[in-house]
Design a protein around this ligand. Structure first.
Ligand SMILES: [Zn+2]
Length: 109
């Protein structure tokens, strides 16, 4: 592996170039995004948005698919799955917009 910036030969595990400090993307590429519920884009609990972000698809597509699972193949299967996901998937507090942040922590004078 060689640095894309300066061409210095690097080890496969190197996260940064030891010559110019450029990121090799080693750690970043192998670390998948965590499955969380971003509350800033949530319609109910952010479950669909969380899955959409995790798989890199449109949140509306996930919502439509999830609604299909509510009625097919078993009634309520989608509802049970949603509640389970709601409980299991952690809330993405970092994605909270300032408006909700202020509501939770009191208005900023
Ligand atoms: Zn370099």
């Amino acid at each position: 592996m060689f640095c894309t910036k300066c061409g210095t030969e690097l080890l496969e595990r190197d996260k940064f170039c030891n010559e110019c400090g450029a990121s090799t993307g080693v750690g970043a590429a192998r670390q998948p995004e965590r499955l969380t519920r971003p509350m800033n884009d949530a319609k109910i609990a952010g479950v669909c948005v969380g899955f959409a972000r995790y798989f890199g698809v449109d949140p509306t597509l996930v919502r439509v698919l999830w609604l299909v699972f509510v009625i097919w193949p078993l009634p309520c299967l989608g509802i049970v799955a949603y509640i389970v996901a709601w409980i299991v998937i952690p809330k993405d507090t970092a994605a909270l917009p300032s408006r909700q942040f202020q509501a939770a922590n009191g208005p900023a004078a």
